[in-house]
Design a protein around this ligand. Structure first.
Ligand code: NDP
Length: 396
């Protein structure tokens, strides 16, 4: 019986993971669930899944959770960032689902990598920011790294892997990374100035958390995924082409030296990649509806529009600069939060990122401290620029 830790249990990936786990009580046991502040949701999950431990990153939220749990509950409540890292390193944990959103997930995800866990990686921001440091930790710790992002999971399904999950890339010629194009596909940049957070979060195919939904709308998500694929599959950005595929039925493709192109298809439901990560190299039932190709009827492909969506171009440039993706990720997190709270328009997100990429001195971080320092500098620079943009807009 594998003991499972879900980092970010109250989020979209966390809940989908619990849905898959519930279907296989003979194989998996929910050991620990974590969240930041969502006490109500965590209370529900603890009552339903009765984990040994529940961790809230926010101490006040942990105190409230503890006060509201029935006295008969056998779940221990802990709080704080250290508790997240400790549980991710604990010997009794076999499987870690890394589904905290953003850079905040880096430390516990890195701890799981260092301690050789079977690591299901949804938190792409951790890998993109810490790149080399993260991959070296996973290798040294003997972690089995299983990509959960649907595109990378598709690549992983198409590329042969050794028993430790390391992909065998010798015969791979090109990776074709698919993008849905998001809710604003086909619009011009002028058309995007006044779009609202609700419109940006209304993805046509996927139901996701708000931050990744905005990343998908700006196409920045595809830039993060480009870097993610380079680290996971040990390849260069020039080995990967981005292709817009609005139906989100093909989750990515791989072209081999003999001209064969393998693709992974399925309904846009994250339970498929999650189930594959949990069961690899086997397969288990995931609760996903069968794909009906007659119903889908057609599969379309287009080149991405880098004029309307400059974030992808910025990522393609940043990836060639050591440390550039760490700066880009931090600036994007600041800009997306400012957009979601109504402080800056959608079209200012790329301005904040571009300003930060130009202003913050880059350099390949050699350890966790250097990654955190670079992230910190990029965040301050982006925050200052958001304030400037806000003042300029108030000033008219
Ligand atoms: P959500 O916003 O739905 O959930 C995020 C989770 O992280 C919540 O449990 C949240 O807790 C927790 N969290 C947020 N901030 C902190 C913090 N500072 N410390 C500790 N925990 C925190 O995100 P998603 O599930 O959509 O995405 C999770 C990750 O998976 C992201 O990196 C995303 O890019 C990636 N991903 C998501 C996909 C999807 O379909 N959703 C697809 C592919 C990748 P609380 O509820 O208390 O705020």
């Amino acid at each position: 019986m594998d003991q499972v830790l879900i980092l970010g249990a109250t989020g979209s990936i966390g809940l989908s993971t619990l849905d898959v786990l519930e279907r296989h009580p003979d194989r998996f046991s929910v050991h620990t669930l974590t969240a930041n502040r969502s006490v109500e949701k965590m209370l529900e999950l603890v009552v339903k899944h009765q984990p040994k431990c529940a961790i809230m990153a926010c101490p006040e939220a942990a105190a409230e959770l503890e006060a509201r749990l029935p006295s008969s509950s056998g779940t221990a409540v802990l709080s704080g960032q250290n508790a997240l890292q400790e549980v991710a390193s604990a010997p009794e944990i076999d499987v870690v689902m890394a589904a905290i959103v953003g850079f905040a997930g880096l430390r516990p995800t890195l701890a799981a990598a260092r301690h050789g866990k079977r690591l299901l990686l949804a938190n792409k921001e951790a890998l993109v920011s810490a790149g080399r440091v993260f991959m070296e930790a996973a290798r040294a710790g003997g972690a089995i790294l299983l990509p959960i992002d649907s595109e990378h999971n598709a690549m992983f399904q198409c590329i042969p892997a050794n028993p430790l999950g390391h992909p065998e890339m010798a015969s791979v010629e090109k990776i074709l990374l698919t993008a849905s194009g998001g809710p604003f596909r086909g619009r011009s940049r002028d058309d995007l100035n006044a779009v609202t957070p609700e419109q940006a979060c209304a993805h046509p195919n996927w139901s996701m958390g708000r931050k990744i939904s905005v990343d998908s709308a700006t196409l920045l998500n595809k830039g993060l995924e480009l870097a993610e694929a380079c680290w996971l599959f040990d390849c260069m950005p020039s080995d990967i082409d981005v292709v817009v595929h609005p139906q989100s039925i093909i989750h990515s493709l791989v072209r081999f030296t003999d001209g064969s192109v393998l693709a992974q298809l399925g309904n846009p439901d994250m339970r498929t990649p999650i189930a594959y990560g949990l069961s690899w190299p086997d397969r288990i039932e995931a609760g996903v509806a069968p794909l009906d190709l007659v119903d889908v009827a057609r599969l379309d492909f287009q080149a991405p529009d880098l004029d309307a969506f400059p974030c992808l171009r910025l990522a393609q440039e940043a990836i060639t600069v050591p440390g550039g993706m760490c700066i880009l990720n931090a600036a994007n997190e600041v800009a997306v939060a400012a957009f979601l709270s109504g402080r800056i328009p959608f079209t200012a997100i790329d301005l904040v990122i571009e300003h930060s990429l130009i202003s913050v001195p880059a350099g390949e971080p050699q350890d966790l401290g250097a990654v955190e320092a670079l992230d910190h500098d990029a965040r301050s620079c982006a925050t200052d620029h958001v304030e400037r943009l806000c003042r300029a807009s108030v000033g008219g």
